[in-house]
Structures are given as structure tokens and as C-alpha cells.
Design a protein around this ligand. Structure first.
Ligand SMILES: [Zn+2]
Length: 473
């Protein structure tokens, strides 16, 4: 899919969430993307007769660019950000729903991950996984790999080759796993972590970054967590990912292992692992003082509702987190979650918020600025899937909206017959090719988020490069 670098101009509809409360819908946008993949300019509400003049006003000539005019039922929007998934668990996606977390890890997940000791198996699996994730419209992905150094290199190589924006973490786990799938010592785990950080750096690809990845507190002894804290202090800008407060049995066991820590969040804080760009997956059962601590450290939560339902973990109170000003993104958490698509996470985040709202024992806060005990609005769902996830990863100035100066990480959505016909978006008499008004565009967006799938994701770009989609040009 190598492409000749060229300027591109898109004319048609643009939709993005600029905040938790606001979706900007532009039925007649004109978007200029430079040949280095950066969005140069965006003009709203351009009449089709004025396209040439509008481009000239930006110093661009139509004969010098690839000009792409979108049709009815098509629009450009930011690519999705998956803030939590496990690349080696795709092979066991969709099974094991009879278990809760700790039994699921032991019986289903650790045996699957152990297979990645075989580098050839890793190449085959990860090639398929990364392309599938891209084709779902996920332009940025936070991946857990396995414990294996070689297989983690393979995952980084594949993201680098395919052009995905990715955080790659070699998982750390030196206890409470299995005899055949566990690191031999903290020293070996830390040495391999240093090696993978150096290796990913050697790729010299700003899209692919290392991320510290202690699996969770249960699986890491004190020396390992302390060593990771030291590595974190040596790399103050590096992202960190781990799990927190997913399941009651896990929380109780963590409390037994770390009796000197008041809460689960305090364990990570004690070892210097709770800071900006720390992505904490789940957070289903967090206490008030943990939420205060997470907020004070400027860390955030990856909300993984599909997984939280599938492994019977519970419902994370995302609305409360948002009211507290805590950063939140969405995660598919494959294979606790059974779908690689952020669309599924959006749908389940909506359902989760509705269940919390109708189970609430008191009426919701009447303030329109409060999310608590209310269903999440469409704007918040889209925000969590794009700009919110970008913010959690420290990338909100780079991606997440279609804004001049940001990189063109975007998808072209098509909800007409080229995609899933069952969405039933029909062009009505009198409607022109472009989407004609904001209300109609927002209606189509909602249909896509709740009824669409990867067949509606026609083209996927990362930093201006075509990397996936159902109909790659
Ligand atoms: Zn996970």
C-alpha cells in the first residue's frame, strides 16, 4: 500500500467531537492535507461552486492535488483510539465467558499467550491482528504483547511496517501465573523491558512507541514493580499501562499482597507508576480516595465495557469519572472483550451508562454540566472513542480531531449500500450527493456508531497514509 506522497483535498462531510459536550458536524467541509500527512487547513460550509476559489485562498491549485469528493452517506472523521487491547489474545476472542477474571486468565488466556514463544506463530497472528484492528478504523492502539521479547519485537515491526500508530508493551509478569508462562526473575523481566525499549527506539518511527506494561499488581513482585518505577523515572515521557480494580477477587488478592497500601491505586503510586500517560484499564470498583489519587496524578482510565460485561466484572462509573475531570478513553480489551471494534465499545459504554442511570437510587444532578446518573450523550461517546483516548495517551495535540496542525489520522465512513445495507440509509428525493444538513449527518453518525461495522469503514489513514479499510483506493 505504498503511496506517492501528494497533497490531498477532501470535499464533503466532516464529523468530530471537539469536547465531551460538542460534536462539530460540517456537511460541506473542504479539508487540505499536506504531503507529510498533516492537516493544513479546514474550511467549513464551502459551496461546491466555490471550491476552486477556496483552495486558491489557501495557495493550493486543484490540478496539483488529489481531489476526493465524498458522496451521499459518506464522511471523514477521526480514526478511533483503542486505549487497551491484548494483541496475543485475539486467537481466543469470544470464548471463556463462563469465567471471571482470575479463572479466565488461568484457563483461557495464559495458555494462548504462551504460544507466542514461537516467533513464526507470532508473525502470523500479529500480521492478522494489526490489519484487522486497522480495518476496524482504529488508527491508534495501545497493545499489550506477551512476556516474550522476540514476539514483542515482531509486533512492533508489524505496526511499523503497516503504519499504525501504536504503543507496544512487553508484558511484565514474574509471579502468580503459571509454571510455563511466567518470567524467571524480576532481573530478567527488567532486562527484557530495557531491551524492547531500545529496540522500538531503533525503529526511529514516531508512530510506534514503547509503553511500560506490568500486567497487574498481582503478577509483579515488589522488586519488579520497583524496577519498573526506576525505568519510568528514566523515561519521564513514556506511557505506562496496567490493569486496576477490575474484579472483586482480584482486588482482595491485591490487598493481601500489598498490606501496606491503602488501596489498589496506591500500589502503583508507591512504585512511581501512577502519572500522566498512565492508562489504567477497567477501574470498575475504584473507591473515592483512589479516584482522587488518579486525578491528582493526571493518570486516566481505559473504559472497557464489553470486557466488563463479558467477564461479569461490573460497570465502571465513567460518568462520575468525567464529572471528577479524570481522563477516560475506550478500550476493546480483547479478549476479555469479544470485539476488536471500538464501535462495540461505544455501544456497550452507552448501555453501561443507561444501566447505572436506571439503577440509581436518587435523581440525577439537574446541572447540565453533570454526567452522573445519566446516559452518556452521543458527543461523550464519540469523544471517548477519539479525542478522549488521544488525551489519555498524551496525543491530544497530535490526533483526535480533524484540525489544522494535527496529523491526518482519519477514516472515511460510508453508510450507503457500499457498506452494510441493513443500516438503511437511503438517499431521499432532493438530497444532493453531499450530506445536506447537520441533523441528517448526526443521524447517520448515530446509525453508524450503533449499527455499523468495519464494512462501513471504507478507508483508513494514519498520518496521511492509507493503512486499511474495506475499500482501499
Ligand atoms: Zn486487559
Amino acid at each position: 500500500m505504498a503511496q506517492r506522497p501528494t497533497r490531498r483535498v477532501f470535499y464533503g462531510s466532516l464529523v468530530h467531537a471537539t469536547s465531551l459536550r460538542h460534536i462539530q458536524a460540517c456537511p460541506r467541509a473542504l479539508i487540505g492535507v499536506s504531503d507529510d500527512g498533516v492537516i493544513d487547513w479546514v474550511l467549513d460550509d464551502v459551496d461546491s461552486a466555490s471550491i476552486q476559489d477556496a483552495m486558491i485562498s489557501k495557495g493550493w491549485q486543484i490540478e496539483d492535488v488529489d481531489f476526493i469528493e465524498l458522496g451521499f452517506g459518506q464522511w471523514i472523521m477521526p480514526g478511533f483510539v483503542d486505549t487497551h487491547t491484548h494483541a496475543p489474545q485475539y486467537p481466543n476472542m469470544g470464548i471463556g465467558g463462563q469465567y471471571e477474571l482470575l479463572d479466565w486468565l488461568k484457563n483461557v488466556t495464559f495458555p494462548t499467550e504462551a504460544k507466542f514463544e514461537d516467533v513464526e506463530y507470532a508473525k502470523k497472528a500479529y500480521t492478522s491482528v494489526v490489519q484487522r484492528v486497522l480495518d476496524c478504523g482504529t488508527t491508534t492502539c495501545c497493545y499489550y504483547a506477551t512476556l516474550h521479547l522476540q514476539a514483542t519485537r515482531v509486533l512492533a515491526d508489524i505496526c511499523h511496517a503497516k503504519g499504525q500508530r501504536a504503543f507496544i508493551g512487553k508484558c511484565n509478569m514474574d509471579r502468580h501465573a503459571s509454571e510455563t508462562y511466567q518470567e524467571s526473575s524480576p532481573a530478567q523481566s527488567l532486562a527484557d523491558t530495557e531491551t524492547i525499549i531500545s529496540y522500538i527506539g531503533s525503529l526511529e518511527d514516531p508512530l510506534v512507541q514503547p509503553i511500560l506494561t506490568p500486567r497487574f499488581a498481582i503478577a509483579c513482585c515488589d522488586d519488579l514493580l520497583a524496577g519498573l518505577g526506576t525505568i519510568a523515572s528514566q523515561h519521564p515521557d513514556m506511557a505506562i499501562q496496567t490493569h486496576i480494580s477490575e474484579n472483586p477477587s482480584e482486588i482482595a488478592f491485591t490487598g493481601e499482597l500489598f498490606p501496606d497500601c491503602d488501596t489498589y491505586a496506591h500500589v502503583y503510586d508507591k512504585f512511581g507508576l501512577l502519572r500522566e500517560k498512565t492508562i489504567l484499564a477497567h477501574g470498575v470498583h475504584l473507591k473515592d480516595d483512589e479516584l482522587d489519587l488518579i486525578k491528582s496524578r493526571n493518570a486516566g482510565i481505559s473504559h472497557c465495557p464489553t470486557s466488563n460485561f463479558h467477564l461479569s466484572s461490573g460497570i465502571a462509573n465513567v460518568a462520575d469519572m468525567l464529572d471528577r475531570g479524570i481522563k477516560v478513553g475506550l478500550g476493546t480489551d480483547v479478549s476479555g472483550g469479544y470485539s476488536p471494534s471500538i464501535l462495540t465499545a461505544i455501544q456497550h459504554a452507552s448501555i453501561a451508562s443507561k444501566v447505572l442511570a436506571f439503577q440509581a437510587s436518587s435523581p440525577p444532578d439537574s446541572s447540565p454540566s453533570s454526567f452522573s446518573q445519566k446516559q452518556l450523550p452521543l458527543s461523550a461517546l464519540l469523544y471517548l472513542a477519539t479525542l478522549g483516548g488521544a488525551d489519555l495517551c498524551g496525543l491530544s495535540s497530535v490526533i483526535g480531531t480533524i484540525t489544522p496542525g494535527k496529523q491526518f489520522d482519519a477514516i472515511l465512513v460510508d453508510v450507503t449500500k457500499g457498506g452494510v445495507e441493513g443500516i438503511w440509509v437511503e438517499q431521499e428525493v432532493g438530497e444532493e450527493l453531499g450530506v445536506q444538513n447537520k441533523a441528517r449527518l448526526l443521524e447517520m453518525l448515530e446509525k453508524f456508531l450503533f449499527c455499523g461495522d468495519s464494512r462501513n469503514v471504507r478507508t483508513v489513514w494514519v498520518k496521511g497514509r492509507v493503512v486499511g479499510g474495506a475499500q482501499k483506493p
